[in-house]
Write a protein of this length. Structure first.
Lengths: 397, 426
């Protein structure tokens, strides 16, 4: 029969957001607890813009940068930070057998080309031919590669040399939830020793505001913490990059890598959405980790988006656990869909590693201060439309 | 009696149901008949005007009505047809409850031109249209259905709901290797003991004007428009690119033990899977072939086999000058002197390149090849390439004795996946 599951450690983290890049910047940002928002560029919609990043530091070749659109640059950069943090950067033998799971959305549009075509099409004598001609002439050939979902992984292979395997999951929030789950499941079962897992999101895109506005999901008007948006619900899209290096304890110890935290569990769910269904699904996922939770030294790092009814459902679930302090990171860094779960696992690992929880996000009254030592964190992820997830991150030692 | 565990002590994984839809038709029977007759499903594109385009042909699935037609809507319908056939054949589970997870290979999803035009019109902008206008129209509440249609998870959502698969469905893309990756994820889940069954589906309905033009701008597509049936020419000297196509493949994977326990017919064994990514270039393979060679070797290792155990190669065989050259080079490296004696054919010569679906469509065809002991040919092989010295089963189907086969899938972004399949458990 199968051997005992392998313990999995998080040995590297690479994160960037409106708060900056890296663990220290995020620790400072979450302790300062001041949301960084842009209310003008996409007014009346609110987004969390990416901090200024010098992409040369992780993507040295300008030629590589030119082949990418921003979402790929953010991800390739974050992946580089994670590999640096894990002490893997440049180790060809290690990178050559490192597995990779990327949670990705896709294609950035050339907004100018779309606008010009849409403006002229109704007046064209032969609209079909006009469209063909302008797509042929006006689309940059390389834009396609910058749009393809799996080309974030492709760029990470090229820029950083990660080639053991390359898989790209899609499906909005669920992509990141399952990327973490599958990476962990493979390591626990001995199917993988070390994996780079993460994703990226460029939230500063009109086509995405449009996509989510179809369903009335975008936050507009006055900014409030995610728990306090009942009157005008919605999420503020955030630009995020988040990657983890997860590896078996044995593999990490053999190369003298230090754990940031232990990734103890990751589960995904798929509620048939309707009143109460997401709350129940979170309860079902909770039952998988409940035995390991130690109230008093645990917190919940929530991926709540601020969009209803999902956020209300999660609030209902959290109400069943009033002894556990909660932090919805989306208040400070926004909602970045695919990488959201990975980012929150990273922030949970950061907090348990520092041994304390940061203050309530954006002063939300739903989140209460925590004074004592933090040794573990449960991470939730609830998709704005579909998908639920939960992970358990614990301090090592 | 064959063992329920493989040499590494893992559960043996078998296939108990298969479904397929391509430009050749719906279902295994029609596809098999046409594949072994050497028929092509490639035709002139009728779906949209191709005036002024360099490539005007594709393996479109035109016999499946979808209204309104979008790529994810067609992909959903094709996936549904393939899954229905596979689950019915397998007989696993009960109606509306498939006893395992769904792994779905699907093309990236985005809003398409007809919807963009509809929004522009609804916005009332009468001069320069910008995304500000489109967003204004989007926020009217009249386009709520667009949100659901253009979520990446939407294709999986429909399948998971209809077939009642367990847990969260995984949607994935490894470009043109996606179908094989979906099967690999199912294989791994069963080997981990998480489930006894998995539904692996791969689908693509991407022949729309912008997708065609994007591939065309990368100079990846055949421009041999006339006659369309002659355009896809894998391994021939005059090959000039691949032909975009649509389709879906579905496989029900089960642990051999649970399939046997319920008396299911075993269609074949998924003996192993290998992958290895390439860091050389976004669209080109490493010239030394190491990633592809390593990928095939990883698959053989995973199956506990050696190159001598393989009797047939189901090639990726896209018909692009670069792919076919590299694939042959790498097959020669892996199989050595024996490479020339192993038949290797490309289903894409007839079906075209079903992109995200190809790995699963071709896994289904490979298992039928083993079942029928008959090899579908590589058609349009009229001008041999002196650089390719392999047996590509030119133009005419052939009977052969085969126990095991390997199927290759390679994709943009350095994706390489190989599957090893066997006719029956060892």
């Amino acid at each position: 029969m199968a051997e005992a599951p392998h313990e999995a450690w998080i040995t590297g983290i690479g994160i960037l957001s409106c708060l900056g890049e890296g663990l220290d910047a995020h620790w400072q940002g979450f302790n300062a607890s001041k949301p960084i928002i842009d209310t003008e560029t996409f007014a009346p919609y609110i987004v969390h813009p990416l901090a200024a990043i010098d992409f040369d530091k992780q993507i040295p070749k300008k030629g590589d940068q030119r082949q990418m659109e921003p979402w790929q640059r953010i991800g390739t950069y974050a992946a580089g930070l994670a590999l640096d943090s894990a002490g893997c950067k440049g180790n060809a033998a290690l990178l050559g057998h490192m597995d990779m799971i990327v949670a990705a959305g896709g294609g950035e549009r050339d907004e100018a080309v779309d606008g010009a075509i849409l403006s002229a099409l109704p007046k064209a004598a032969r609209p079909d031919m006009f469209l063909n001609e302008h797509l042929m002439n006006d689309l940059r050939p390389t834009l396609f590669l910058a749009q393809l979902s799996n080309l974030l992984a492709g760029n990470i292979s090229i820029v950083h040399g990660v080639t053991g395997s390359s898989r790209t999951f899609m499906g909005e929030e669920l992509a990141g939830i399952d990327a973490v789950r599958i990476a962990l499941a493979r390591i626990r079962a001995g199917q993988s020793d070390i994996a780079l897992v993460g994703g990226a999101y460029n939230g500063e895109r009109s086509d995405l505001v449009m996509l989510f506005e179809f369903g009335d999901y975008c936050l507009k008007g006055e900014f409030r913490p995610v728990w306090d948006r009942q009157q005008a619900d919605g999420f503020a899209i955030g630009s995020l990059g988040a990657f983890l290096v997860v590896e078996s304890r044995a593999h990490a110890e053999a190369r003298n890598a230090k754990p940031i935290a232990r990734l103890s569990a990751a589960a995904s769910g798929y509620a048939k959405r309707g009143p109460g269904a997401t709350k129940d699904e979170l309860g079902r996922l909770w039952s998988k980790v409940a035995g390991a939770v130690r109230p008093g030294s645990t917190a919940i790092i929530s991926g709540a988006t601020g969009a209803e009814p999902a956020t209300g459902e999660e609030k209902g679930f959290l109400g069943l656990h009033p002894d556990l302090p909660v932090r919805a990171t989306g208040t400070l860094i926004g909602h970045g869909l695919e990488p959201q779960m990975v980012m929150n696992v990273a922030l949970a690992a950061l907090a348990v590693n520092r041994g304390k929880l940061f203050p309530p996000c954006g002063g939300s009254s739903f989140e209460r201060p925590m004074e004592g030592a933090l040794t573990q964190a449960v991470v939730t992820g609830v998709g704005h439309w579909r998908g639920e997830g939960l992970a358990l991150v614990e301090a090592v030692g | 009696m064959a063992s329920y565990r493989d040499k590494s002590g893992r559960p043996v994984v078998v296939v108990t149901g298969m479904g397929v839809v391509t430009s050749l038709g719906a279902g295994k029977t029609e596809n098999w008949d046409k594949l072994t007759a050497g028929e092509s499903g490639i035709r002139a594109i009728k779906r949209f005007s191709t005036e002024g385009l360099r490539t005007r042909i594709a393996g479109t699935v035109d016999f499946v009505p979808v209204d309104p037609l979008t790529s994810p809507a067609l992909a959903s319908r094709l996936a549904d047809m393939a899954a229905e056939e596979a689950i019915a054949q397998s007989g696993v589970g009960t109606k509306g409850h498939f006893p395992g997870p769904l792994f779905l290979a699907v093309a990236p999803v985005e809003v398409e031109w007809p919807q963009r035009q509809e929004l522009a019109k609804a916005s009332g902008a009468n001069e320069a249209v910008t995304y500000t206008d489109l967003i204004r129209a989007a926020s009217s509440g009249k386009f709520r259905h667009f949100h659901e249609r253009f979520m990446f998870v939407s294709v999986a959502d429909g399948l998971a709901s209809k077939y009642g698969t367990e847990g969260a469905p995984i949607s994935l893309s490894t470009a043109c290797a996606s179908g094989a990756s979906a099967i690999q994820l199912g294989l791994e889940a069963i080997r981990r003991g998480e489930t006894d069954a998995a539904l692996c589906v791969a689908t693509d309905g991407s022949v729309n004007v912008e997708s065609l033009i994007r591939f065309s701008l990368l100079s990846a597509l055949s421009m041999s428009n006339d006659p369309p049936q002659g355009a896809s020419k894998p391994f021939a000297k005059n090959r000039d690119g691949f032909v975009m196509a649509e389709g879906a493949g579905a496989l029900v994977l089960e642990s051999y033990e649970s399939a046997t326990a319920r008396g299911a017919k075993i269609l074949g064994v998924l003996a192993g899977c290998g992958e290895l990514a390439d860091s050389f270039h976004r669209t080109r393979s490493s010239p030394d072939g190491k990633p592809i060679i390593g990928c095939m070797r990883n698959a053989l290792d995973d199956a506990g086999l050696t190159p001598d155990d393989i009797d047939y190669i189901n090639a990726h065989g896209t018909g692009t000058p670069e792919n076919d050259k590299m694939e042959c080079l790498c097959v020669s490296a892996v199989f050595g002197e024996r490479a020339k004696q192993i038949p290797m054919s490309s289903n894409k010569s007839m079906i075209g390149h079903t992109l995200s679906a190809a790995g699963a469509v071709e896994a289904v065809v490979t298992l039928m090849t083993l079942e029928h002991q008959r090899i579908p040919p590589t058609i349009n092989y009229n001008v041999p390439d002196p650089a390719i010295l392999l047996d590509v089963v030119p133009n005419v189907a052939r009977d052969a004795q085969m126990r095991r086969a390997i199927s290759n899938s390679f994709g943009f972004g350095g994706q390489n996946v190989s599957l090893v399949m066997a006719r029956e458990p060892a």
